[in-house]
Design a protein around this ligand. Structure first.
Ligand code: UDP
Ligand code: MG
Length: 320
């Protein structure tokens, strides 16, 4: 009999004490059913990453890990955000497992899609994206902003899978390559396609949170969007260049107009247009400087090459 792949389900958790007792048994049920179906090895695990929670989340994870061998956990030394928590989990899992599936812990992503993901892996895919086929349970605002965000990113030249968040299967082979992407500003769903390898998508319906409330505030969403665009695309810089050319062309026309007006003799007029123009250019320059500054900020952070995550505790020995 061929070796069954060892699966690690990677689950970031931040202040999820209300949610974990409900969803953790569901993940366990799923992993046991996959083992029974002889799709994955009995050494598969469910890895919780506590992203520096301020509530009882870490204690819960610890308790679960002591009660059931399928549960394991790591804890980040402080809250670093969802993307870094998932990354920490994936990097932790890549050495000891053949495949990882990252999923949110709030039960919004359909756990049953994991069967299809594992099937796709067994058929030879190294990356399987979970794609939301509908967003009816999201608020109009969330749906609208999220979908516009995917469109904007694609228009700016970043290659991302439409309506795919961070529910995906990645093989350890891909993760080992992915580990060489050393950037600090991480936007996983835009970076994974850059690694390449054979991939496919499975579709599922996004549900409502089982309990608790979303930790993705508008502020975190905007900052994720900004990171996504500036980490993946240099188009904003090109747009500035085009804008600069366009404004220079306009100014050239203005100069001709000014010279003509001078010879006609009505130079006192035009004060308003001059003022308008000065402020217009001032505004554009400010916007441009801001965007360029954003990139310089990124360069600054990348050159520091800080560790992207620090694990302070484990429910097991590192050598295991
Ligand atoms: N999360 C995290 N760190 C954070 C914020 C969120 O690890 O700083 C986790 C959270 O526990 C959940 C997942 O990321 O498992 C998605 O978060 P949430 O459900 O709040 O976001 P939404 O589904 O509303 O986009
Ligand atoms: Mg959620």
């Amino acid at each position: 009999m061929r070796n069954l792949p060892k699966l690690c389900i990677v689950i970031p958790c931040y202040n999820e004490e209300e949610v974990l007792p409900i969803t953790a048994p569901l993940f366990l049920k799923k992993i046991l059913s996959l083992i029974n179906l002889e799709k994955i090895s009995t050494n598969s695990k469910i890895l919780f990453i506590d992203d520096g929670s301020k509530d009882e989340t870490w204690n819960l994870i610890n308790e679960m890990a002591h009660q059931n061998k399928y549960y394991i956990g790591i804890r980040q030394s402080r809250n670093r955000g969802h993307q870094n928590a998932v990354l920490a989990g994936l990097m932790e899992a890549k050495e000891n497992f053949d495949i990882t599936i990252s999923i949110d812990c709030d039960g919004q992503d359909d756990i049953d899609a994991m069967d299809k993901m594992v099937d796709a892996y067994l058929d030879g895919c190294e990356v399987v994206y979970g794609v939301r086929s509908s967003r009816i349970t999201d608020t109009f605002f969330k749906r609208y902003t999220a979908e516009s965000f995917y469109r904007l990113l694609n228009a700016l030249g970043a290659e991302i899978v439409f309506n795919h968040a961070d529910y995906r299967l990645i093989s350890s082979k891909v993760l080992h390559e992915f580990a060489n992407f050393k950037e600090v500003n991480i936007f996983l769903r835009g970076m994974v396609p850059l690694v390449g390898f054979k991939s496919t998508s499975v579709y599922y319906d996004r549900k409502e949170r089982v309990a608790g409330k979303s930790n993705y505030s508008l502020k975190k969403m905007i900052s994720l969007a900004f990171d996504g665009i500036t980490s993946l695309s240099v188009k904003p810089i090109r747009i500035i260049t085009s804008l600069g050319i366009f404004v220079s062309f306009l100014s050239f026309l203005m100069i001709i107009w000014i010279i003509v007006s001078f010879f006609i003799g009505n130079t006192v007029q035009g004060w308003a247009s001059t003022c308008a123009l000065v402020s217009f250019i001032g505004g554009i320059q400010l916007v441009c400087t801001g965007v360029i500054g954003e990139y310089i900020g990124k360069i600054y952070l990348e050159t520091k090459a800080r560790p992207r995550y620090i694990i302070s505790e484990r429910t097991y020995d590192e050598e295991e």
